[in-house]
Design a protein around this ligand. Structure first.
Ligand SMILES: [Zn+2]
Length: 120
């Protein structure tokens, strides 16, 4: 189940990163990956999506634009890299896949999100 969720999240993250790169740098993820390959950033000749996402996090490419949307995506990549995507940062509970589908950068489970958005 956990492995499935991890695989599923990779697809969502790849799509979101591709979208963000095109909006921010007018470059597709494929072009960025080609560029990184030329710079020998990957350990293998044909990096997996997981390695691509991890390398993008390590190079901080999404943080460079200074926009909050790509900053959040960068943070999501960081959590993915630590294999923590799908885990609530507040209670450690698991985040529903439906929630991750709407926003792969979700950091709180539904219950904590409700508590968080409740007026004090
Ligand atoms: Zn929670």
């Amino acid at each position: 189940m956990v492995a499935y969720k991890q695989r599923w999240t990779v697809g969502v993250l790849v799509q979101e990163v591709d979208k963000a790169l095109q909006q921010t740098y007018r470059q597709s993820l494929k072009e960025v990956v080609q560029d990184l390959t030329l710079r020998h950033a990957f350990r293998s000749a044909h990096p997996s999506n997981t390695e691509i996402l991890r390398t993008l996090y390590e190079t901080g490419v999404l943080r460079m634009s200074g926009s909050s949307a790509t900053g959040r995506l960068h943070a999501a990549l960081g959590r993915f890299t630590r294999r923590a995507v799908g885990t609530c940062v507040r209670c450690g509970g698991s985040i529903e896949m439906r929630q991750l589908g709407t926003n792969a950068g979700t950091r709180l489970c539904a219950q904590c999100q409700r508590q968080h958005s409740k007026p004090a």
